[in-house]
Design a protein around this ligand. Sequence first.
Ligand code: ATP
Ligand code: ZN
Length: 210
Amino acid sequence: MKTLKIAIQKSGRLNEKSVELLKNCGLSFENYKSSLISPVSNFPLEILFLRDDDIPEYVQDGIADLGIVGENVIRETEVEVSYLQRLGFGKCSLKIAVPNNNSIQHLDQLNGKAIATTYPVILGKFLKEKNIQADIRTISGSVEISPGLGLSDAICDLVSTGGTLKSNGLVPFADVMSSEAVLIGRKGSENEELVKELIQRIQSVLRAKE
Ligand code: ATP
Ligand code: ZN
């Protein structure tokens, strides 16, 4: 019999809730320790523990049948996958924020400014839509300290409570996208029996929570 693979984040903000969801589906497996793959003992499924950034491509390429990842990562990697189910956790927004002593009040004022982000694709599309020409500075992390270092005039980063922005002297200025964790699959794969069964289990766990 075929064994399905589902990719989830190995550590980070989505790991715990992803594991909890799968356990609530009645699946029995060990959480990530050192091995990348954990077999499920009571369902033909293997859990792949990956960095979240790699999950959309693994699913697109068919290495994993399913994945749990933030919509922000899917949009940024521009892959062709199907959204099977919104999962209700990992909620956050991608926002542009500016230093709180700044005079920027309208989107137009971002013209000619430098914006630091780890989401250049999503930010680029947003700015294009709004007809704004800004200099996107792609960095790999700690985006929130870049205005203070003089590296940028504004940032575009994920925000949930806003605490990180505040403690770095930044205020949210514009919403670029809102995001939550979603279950993704390959286009067409939702019709396979095992995939269908797993989606149904996940949906009934979510319904029970409502
Ligand atoms: P990895 O090591 O897997 O690459 P990461 O550092 O890129 O991890 P995390 O910080 O664990 O990622 O965030 C994973 C996802 O959690 C994000 O892509 C986003 O969808 C969601 N998320 C929810 N709230 C926040 C937040 N305040 N900041 C960042 N991500 C958040
Ligand atoms: Zn990541």
